[in-house]
Design a binder for this molecule. Structure first.
Ligand code: SF4
Length: 182
């Protein structure tokens, strides 16, 4: 008998209101086809919490990974993931297949294969050259802080789980990767 399937999603895939506010909203037409694909294939969806929203609220600035890389945030990320870990264990013990955990490409918190890095911090008003500070921000091939802690927790619990990034810049690739898993 085929196992029923579950997927674990980063919070803002289903709720983009949790993201850092932008002057102009990102166009996001393909999210619908991603969600439709899951629903049409009867994949159960578990939505993870949004650590940035919980810890820094809706009026946070966009951060780089280095700003979130501190002991309290890491501890909080671990704590937030524990109820999700319990669900992964419970579903697996009851013959469900957890097909993947989906992060957010480029996020300082939820990126799996790419995050953003830079020499940010300090008071904006007293920075004489804010433009060159902003120009230090770049994408790097590392995980964000939440995903690093999730990877450690999964390893500590001997759980192997496929992890893929939700990449709005390349939704076709994201959708193709999901199709291979479901
Ligand atoms: S990437 Fe993660 S931390 Fe950032 S808004 Fe989405 S769920 Fe929240």
């Amino acid at each position: 008998m085929n196992k029923e399937k579950i997927i674990i999603l980063s919070h803002c895939i289903l709720n983009d209101k949790s993201k850092v506010k932008k002057i102009e909203k990102d166009p996001n037409p393909d999210v619908l086809s991603f969600i439709q694909l899951l629903i049409e294939n009867d994949i159960g969806i578990v939505q993870m919490p949004c650590p940035e929203l919980i810890c820094y609220g809706l009026n946070r600035w966009g951060h780089v990974k280095e700003q979130y890389d501190h002991p309290h945030y890491r501890k909080m990320c671990r704590k937030l993931f524990l109820p999700i870990l319990d669900q992964i264990i419970e579903y697996s013990a009851n013959n469900y297949e957890v097909v993947a955990l989906v992060g957010i490409y480029g996020s300082p918190t939820c990126g799996i294969y790419r995050t953003c890095s830079g020499k940010w911090g300090g008071e904006l008003g007293s920075n004489p050259d804010i433009k060159s500070t902003i120009s230090t921000v770049t994408g790097i091939e590392e995980s964000g802080v939440f995903m690093e802690e999730i990877q450690k927790i999964l390893e500590e619990n001997n759980i192997e789980l496929k992890m893929i990034d939700f990449n709005k810049e390349d939704m076709n690739e994201t959708i193709e990767k999901i199709k291979e898993l479901i």
